[in-house]
Design a protein around this ligand. Structure first.
Ligand SMILES: Cc1ncc(COP(=O)(O)O)c(C=O)c1O
Length: 415
């Protein structure tokens, strides 16, 4: 049996199966820069990277910094602080454009979302939330309950007071979203603690101008907090350090994660207005690895690299280049309709009719497996689109290769 089959089948036997994770496509033996290499030696350009690969996989400077950190201070138990943890906190706070802010760290985005929800409850004295139907904010019972009004009944009840509104990316979504938010804020008897949303959705849906400024205004008038989830979209991926810098609204709290650990280690952060620091007697999220010197060192080094190499500017510049290349490709290949998204958080839209198919999960799945055959690892971003999310460190030559492979996908029917 090939080594890969062996690992994939051992994986299927050992792990609980869950949507989106099982079964595995293949087993990896290496990841470097934009590249993934499986145990059969096949190499894929990673157009997905779970949105952790802002600076590529296995960045050598982050690895070197971690090795040094391992040799000095590998862990810090609670109540002891350390240099990389404080350095990271100060670094993130320096980016905050609002009034003075403070931070807390967690091991993953879902946990950081729970902290943001607790802060909202504690500071408003309310517990209800408004979120966008069909969004995703993580797997804690708080965060997961924000995603959908009706989850699988086998999971039992979620937190009380969840209100879901039409998302702006639905047909006429922006108007409906605002109208439903106004109604929910006006009608709630116990009060809405927070509106929680991604400012720019990681499925690459960009909101209409002015939408979040209106929501900001509504929150102010009703005393609700605005919490932005930038777990996939923050840290420069959209061509600005925070995705909310595109949308004209400063939230009360923003949650970062994924790429924060340099693509190597798990760490997430909540940055919030310092006025929310009113409950020092409560446990808001003192996770075991809250101030882990390794995860915080990875994050600090990641941001240093983003700054030194001008990667935020590079993401914005590459977006322009990709847009004009995809427009040219679309004019030659009827299968490609265009590109949507922001910075390097992009999705390519295909025309299923060009392949004699209808839009839907079956078409998207075929598109993804056709990409895989041509050495592009990606996921579907809707019924007829795929993710095109490259690291901000991608070179010009690598981008060229990526276009070549995409052209081959567009030329071949995905069946
Ligand atoms: C928008 C969004 N929020 C929250 C999360 C949860 O983050 P984590 O998987 O680190 O818990 C994710 C992860 O995919 C995400 O995309």
């Amino acid at each position: 049996m090939a080594m890969e089959d062996n690992l994939v089948s051992r994986d299927a036997t050992a792990f609980f199966h869950q949507k989106g994770s099982s079964p595995c496509l293949s087993a990896l033996r290496a990841a470097e820069g934009i590249w993934l290499e499986d145990s059969e030696g096949r190499r894929f350009i990673d157009l997905h990277g779970n949105t952790v690969h802002h600076i590529g996989h296995g960045h050598p400077e982050v690895i070197a910094a971690l090795k040094r950190q391992l040799d000095t201070l590998p862990f810090a138990p609670r109540r002891f602080t350390n240099e990389p943890a404080v350095g990271l906190a100060e670094k993130l706070l320096a980016y905050w454009p609002g009034a003075r802010a403070k931070v807390l760290f967690a091991t993953g985005g879902s946990d950081a979302m729970e902290i943001a929800l607790k802060l909202a409850r504690v500071t408003t004295g309310r517990h209800e939330t408004i979120s966008l139907e069909g969004s995703y904010h993580g797997h804690g019972f708080g965060a997961f309950g924000l995603s959908k009004a009706a989850a699988d009944p086998r999971l039992g009840p979620f937190l009380p007071g969840r209100r879901h509104v039409t998302p702006y990316w639905a047909p006429d979504g922006a108007q409906r979203m605002l109208a439903e938010m106004r109604e929910a804020l006006g009608r709630s008897e116990t009060g809405i603690a927070a509106v929680v949303a991604e400012p720019i959705r990681s499925n690459c849906h960009v909101p209409p101008d002015g939408l979040w400024a209106e929501v900001r205004d509504l929150c102010n008038r009703h005393g609700a907090l605005l919490i932005f989830d930038e777990i996939p979209s923050g840290l420069g991926k959209t061509g600005r350090f925070f995705a909310f810098e595109h949308v004209g609204a400063i939230p009360d709290a923003v949650v970062l994660g994924k790429a924060l650990g340099g693509g190597l280690l798990p760490i997430a952060a909540v940055i919030a207005d310092a006025r929310l620091d009113i409950a020092p007697e409560l446990d808001l999220g003192h996770y075991t690895h809250e101030k882990n010197p390794l995860t915080t060192r990875a994050a600090l080094t990641m941001i240093d690299i983003v700054e030194r190499d001008g990667l935020v500017r590079r993401a914005a510049e590459l977006e322009r280049r990709i847009r004009s290349r995809i427009a040219a490709l679309a004019s030659e290949a009827p299968a490609i309709l265009g590109v949507r998204g922001c910075g390097l958080l992009l999705a390519i839209e295909f025309d299923p009719a060009a392949f004699g198919m209808n839009p839907g999960p079956a078409f998207a799945a075929r598109l993804v497996s056709r990409c895989f055959e041509f050495g592009l690892s990606t996921t579907s971003k809707g019924p007829a689109s795929i993710g095109f999310s490259l690291p901000m460190t991608v070179t010009d030559a690598e981008l060229e290769l990526c276009f070549e492979r995409l052209e081959r996908v567009a030329a071949a029917p995905p069946c």
